[in-house]
Design a protein around this ligand. Structure first.
Ligand SMILES: Nc1ncnc2c1ncn2[C@@H]1O[C@H](COP(=O)(O)OP(=O)(O)OP(=O)(O)O)[C@@H](O)[C@H]1O
Length: 341
C-alpha cells in the first residue's frame, strides 16, 4: 500500500546540514494502523510530511498504491493528495466556517456538486458523531469535537490513507481515548490505512497494529506492537515501554528493595495474551520451594491482546530460583533478573 524506499530529507540551516529523515525504508500494509513513535526532534513530522507531499525528499521514494508519490508536481500531486489526507494536533479548522462548512471545504475544492456535498457531509457528520452540531463554529466546540470535524474533513474525499500528526496530543486522556476509538472504528468500517506519528506510547498501545521507533531520523526498531513491547531492543524503545508499564516510576522503590532484601532475586516478568490471566505465581510457589511476593504489577490492553509486567521478589535456594526461572522460560514468560547496578 505505502512503500517507502531509502527516504532521506536534509535541511540546511546557516550552512549546517541537518538530516531530519535518514535512509528510511518500510512498507505499510493496506488497512493497517501503523504508528511511528519518537521523542521531539526525531524527524516524525518531516517523515509524515514526506508521505503527503508537503515536503519533497532529498533522495529516496514514496509509493502509494503503486504510484510514485514523491517528486510529483502540479496537478498530478494535487490529485494524488486527495487520496492521502491528514489530521493535525491543533485541528487546523477554518474559524469563520461552521462544522458542516469546514467538512464541505475539500469537496468544494474537488468540484463536487452542491447536492452531493450535502449528502456526503451529512454522512460524515453521522460517522464522527457530530449530529446536532452542524451549525456550530469551531470556537463553540470542545477539543474532541474539533478533532471530530478534522477527521470528517479528512475523510471527505474518500482517501485511501489517513495521516495523523500528533492527532490526540492536545486532548485530555478521556477525549484521547474517544478519538482513538473513532479512528479504530473508521479503520474497520472503511478499511482505510492509518499512519500516526506520536510521542505517546498510549496511542501506539491502544490502536496500532505495528510500530516503528524513530530516533535521529532513523527507524531504529519496528515490529508488531506486542512483540516490541515484550522484547524492546533499543534503549529508546525500552524508555518508551517503561513509560507505559510504570516500571520507571517504581525504580526508587526497587533501590530500597535491593537494600531491604539482600537475598533472593528481583525478577521482571513480561507476558502477553492469555498468560496475563494465568496464575503463574501460584504455580511457581507450588512447584518450587521459593517464596514470591509482588513488588509491582501492570497490565495494558493492546490491539492484539493484553500485555503484562510484574516485578516479583523471589527467595529460596539458588538452585530452586534457577529452576523457577527455567520453568518461566518454558511457558514463554520473559523473566529478567533485575540488578541494582
Ligand atoms: N523546515 C525545516 N528547516 C530546517 N530544519 C528543520 C525543518 N523541519 C525540521 N527541521 C529539523 O529536522 C529535525 C527533525 O524535526 P521534526 O520536526 O521532523 O522532528 P519531530 O520528531 O517531529 O519533533 P517535534 O515533535 O518536536 O516536531 C529537527 O532537528 C528539526 O530542527
Amino acid at each position: 500500500m505505502i512503500s517507502i524506499k531509502e527516504l532521506r530529507k536534509e535541511f540546511t540551516v546557516e550552512d549546517k546540514k541537518i538530516v531530519a529523515v535518514d535512509d528510511v525504508t518500510l512498507d505499510i500494509k493496506r488497512g493497517e494502523i501503523f504508528g511511528v513513535i519518537g521523542y521531539s526532534g526525531a524527524g516524525k513530522s518531516t517523515f509524515i510530511r514526506l508521505l503527503n507531499g508537503l515536503e519533497q525528499p532529498t533522495s529516496g521514494e514514496v509509493f502509494i498504491n503503486g504510484k510514485r508519490f514523491s517528486h510529483m508536481k502540479g496537478e498530478s500531486l494535487r490529485q494524488a493528495r486527495q487520496k492521502v489526507s491528514m489530521i493535525f494536533q491543533h485541528f487546523n479548522l477554518l474559524w469563520s466556517r461552521t462544522v458542516e462548512e469546514n467538512i464541505a471545504f475539500p469537496l468544494e475544492i474537488a468540484g463536487v456538486s452542491k447536492e452531493e456535498r450535502y449528502d456526503r457531509v451529512q454522512n460524515l457528520i453521522e460517522l464522527v458523531g457530530l449530529q446536532g452540531r452542524e451549525k456550530a463554529y469551531p470556537s463553540q466546540l470542545s477539543g474532541g469535537q474539533k478533532q471530530r470535524v478534522g477527521i470528517a474533513r479528512a475523510l471527505a474525499n474518500e482517501p485511501d490513507v489517513l495521516l495523523g500528526d500528533e492527532a490526540t496530543s492536545a486532548l485530555d486522556p478521556e477525549t484521547t481515548d474517544a478519538i482513538l476509538d473513532l479512528l479504530v472504528d473508521i479503520n474497520e468500517r472503511l478499511g482505510i490505512t492509518i499512519v500516526l506519528i506520536t510521542h505517546e506510547m498510549h496511542v501506539i498501545q491502544k490502536i496500532c497494529h505495528r510500530v516503528a521507533v524513530m530516533e535521529a531520523g532513523r527507524i531504529v526498531e519496528m515490529g508488531k506492537v506486542l512483540d516490541v513491547f515484550q522484547n524492546p531492543q533499543q534503549s529508546v524503545t525500552k524508555r518508551f515501554v517503561s513509560q507505559l508499564t510504570g516500571v520507571k516510576d517504581t525504580l526508587p522503590t526497587l533501590e530500597m528493595l535491593f537494600d531491604n532484601y539482600p537475598s533472593g532475586s528481583l525478577i521482571q516478568l513480561t507476558f502477553v495474551g492469555k498468560k496475563t490471566e494465568e496464575p503463574i505465581l501460584t504455580e511457581l510457589i507450588r512447584n518450587f520451594q521459593v517464596s514470591a511476593s509482588v513488588v509491582h504489577g501492570h497490565i495494558n490492553e493492546t490491539k492484539d491482546g493484553p500485555y503484562g509486567t510484574l516485578i516479583v521478589h523471589i527467595d529460596g535456594a539458588e538452585s530452586q530460583i534457577h529452576e523457577a526461572l527455567q520453568f518461566l522460560q518454558s511457558i514463554d514468560v520473559k523473566a529478567e533478573v533485575l540488578s541494582n547496578e
